[in-house]
Design a protein around this ligand. Structure first.
Ligand SMILES: Cc1ncc(C[n+]2csc(CCOP(=O)(O)OP(=O)(O)O)c2C)c(N)n1
Ligand code: SF4
Ligand SMILES: [Mg+2]
Length: 290
């Protein structure tokens, strides 16, 4: 008989290493909530993480876990998924892990569309190594390791994901764990590669992009009249518009996963994904699933 799990069932006894107030706590809380509400069982979840403060998260979630080398979480997770397609695979790492040293793996994981969820914990700095600029640091961002300020323009990870062929793209804020849990749930339900970027402040080293700064600089896609998650062009325009940072689900489409194409196995789209939000090709795809 199925038992009802709660977020506590996904907790571990490992003491947290994070600084008090770190945005990563909100990500962990949302993840546990999402896993419980999805009815996942810990022994059927594989949680793969990269290196960084963010990467420590795999030690705090009760499931199978692999804390890999810097920037290599996605290829590791792809191998795990191909080896056992019954596992729900969740990957997490920092902006440095995913968009700097792991950037090549990121683009190619996205285009292959393996059925997994990737959470990028974006604090706009390298937290673990004491505050250097990361690929998402703002121009001029100053921190101890380079007081002269960051000379490099930031990259837009979600716009890159869209250009590379991502099939589910969302952004959350660690101060809004409820909304984040809903986005993670949708990403896990999505039959394909789902990326959820989370704005997750580093309270120790990034004194620019603080909770207050984010609160003043975000808005929700729900507030945009007529926003349609099938509209790739609008998603790109919204993601790249200068100014305030949008939160919500930007885009989703259904296309065959890596497992389907390589192994001939996959899972049917989960009921919560509204049929009308996907391409006309869905009917043919569903026949294949039947
Ligand atoms: C191959 C390799 N290069 C460099 C490092 C040093 N290093 C560890 S974590 C890190 C960056 C972490 O930044 P991010 O991925 O954004 O994670 P955060 O700590 O901010 O959560 C770096 C450069 C390493 N561990 N391995
Ligand atoms: S250094 Fe920054 S990112 Fe790392 S645990 Fe502390 S607050 Fe979080
Ligand atoms: Mg970081």
């Amino acid at each position: 008989m199925a038992t009802t799990l709660t977020p506590k069932d996904f907790a571990t006894a490992t003491p947290s290493w994070w600084c008090a107030g770190c945005g990563d706590f909100g990500v962990l809380a949302a993840l546990k909530q999402a896993c419980a509400e999805l009815g996942l069982e810990p022994h059927k979840v594989a949680f793969i993480s990269g290196i960084g403060c963010s990467g420590k998260i795999s030690g705090y979630l009760h499931s199978y876990a692999f804390h890999g080398v810097h920037g290599r979480a996605l290829p590791t997770a792809t191998a795990v998924k191909l080896a056992n397609t019954d596992l729900t695979v969740i990957v997490a790492g920092g902006d440095g892990d995913g968009y700097a040293i792991g950037a090549g793996h990121f683009i190619h994981a996205v285009r292959r569309n393996p059925d997994m969820t990737y959470i990028v914990m974006d604090n706009q700095t390298y937290g673990l190594t004491k505050g250097q600029s990361s690929p998402t640091s703002m121009l001029g961002y100053k921190a101890g390791p380079h007081p002269q300020g960051n000379p490099d323009a930031p990259i837009n990870g979600l716009a890159i994901a869209l250009a590379a062929g991502a099939t589910f793209i969302a952004r959350a804020f660690s101060s809004e764990p409820k909304q984040m849990a809903e986005m993670i749930k949708e990403a896990v339900r999505h039959p394909g590669f789902g990326i959820v970027e989370v704005l997750s402040p580093c309270v120790t080293f990034n004194k620019v992009n603080t909770y207050k700064w984010f609160k003043e600089n975000v808005y929700h896609l729900d507030d945009l009249p007529g926003y349609d998650v099938r509209d790739r062009v609008r998603a790109f325009a919204t993601l790249t518009q200068p100014g305030k940072i949008p939160l919500g689900i930007f885009y989703r489409e259904i296309r065959p996963t890596l497992e389907e194409l390589m192994l001939g196995t996959g899972r049917p789209p989960i009921a919560s994904l509204p049929i009308e939000t996907v391409d006309p090709g869905l009917a043919a795809l569903q026949d294949a699933y039947a």
